[in-house]
Ligand binder design. Sequence first.
Ligand code: ATP
Ligand code: MG
Length: 433
Amino acid sequence: MSYQMPRGTQDILPKDIAKWHRLEELIRQFCYVYNYNEIRTPIFEHTEVFKRGNDSSDMVNKEMYTFQLTNSRTSLTLRPEGTAGVVRSFVEHKMYGDAELPAKLYYLGPQFRHERPQKGRQRIFHQFGVEVIGAKNPLLDVEVIALGWSFVNALGLKDMKVLLNTLGDDASRDAYRAALKAHFADAIDDMCADCKRRYEQNPLRILDCKIDAEKDIMKTAPHMKDYLNEESKAYFAKVCEGLEALGIPYEIDDRLVRGLDYYTHTVFEVVSVNQEMGSQSTVFAGGRYDGLVSYFGGPEGMSGIGWAMGLERLILACEAEGIVLSEEEGLDAYVLCLDESASVAALQITTMLRAAGYRCERDYLGRSFKAQFKSVERRHAKYAILVGEKEVQSGVLTIKRTADRMQFEGAIDELVEVMDRLMEEEEGAHHHE
Ligand code: ATP
Ligand code: MG
């Protein structure tokens, strides 16, 4: 029996939640100004939404949490990624018919992959992702990258690098695949089992192999760029021009193929080069996909582009660079209850303050004055409000300002007004500093 977190999962504890809130807030802010709208799709989908044709990716072949209920023939899968569900939804709700295309969407939520857990690699992790569907324009690829790039910049990340490549259109990729097949034909017997499978299903993916990466046959493999037709070359040149126009530094990585099978043209990975990140250094990654919309039954030739960002990795990258995502926030007031007979009054006072928007707390353990005062310090309360039998009878409270230990008096009925005044004073003092 085990009452512990399953391997590769993690509780996000209250002490860490402020970071997540900060990230989520910033994500929504960025998506708002870039005019991307949130979409929430189911956490599980029909398995075939993710397992399409003879997909060669590890994610689809080995990492999916797939289940079937006893009295059902439907196979369901916990989503391992966001794009498939979003495109499925785009087609199902006929968003391709919307007057304003492209649809600009974002999502935020957990993903599930049965992987070997490591630092920066979990079985449940969270992604912020964007998808723009219904327009094919290299400068849109630039916008999509720029959104992620400016987001990580806004957090203060400096050790980041954009790796860029193109997989070209179908014709270019077919030519390249044939060249790769010829190149690896004699060597494939000595390569890993995954590469053997990739050789049959999608030889491009061999280049993504982490096991055979150092073999000479990998280093001498043909280059994508030599198989691009004019159209694909022109598309890629425009992407590069747009990135340069926005001052986004990038590096062309001719071997970048990405982990999923559906990409065409632009692919990219934004990585942290900080030493502490180890091999899990990709913070966000994505690319353009031409075939997905029609695969799900949408119009032929409708293209999309997107990326997904691992939020746990983003947090690790911030920590590696010493970026503090959130400071602990203290209370506005702590109400000290001096006698049991004042307990109801203390409840009324906290309720009144909360209704006015003040963050406050009180004692519920019947502790001594000294112990309660410790809470004032521990919780960084700006004010300590004392309520005992005497205060209830006189209707007058003592309010202590912790910063300078100044003491104020206020009628219970006017407590909110007194607090407003004190807070305003404090604001004013800050402005004069
Ligand atoms: P990797 O090569 O690291 O396995 P991937 O190609 O599988 O990445 P994508 O499917 O493109 O990654 O997912 C986008 C982002 O989601 C990654 O760049 C990473 O930040 C994050 N991510 C992917 N898998 C995990 C995981 N198991 N745990 C934490 N974050 C992950
Ligand atoms: Mg992976």
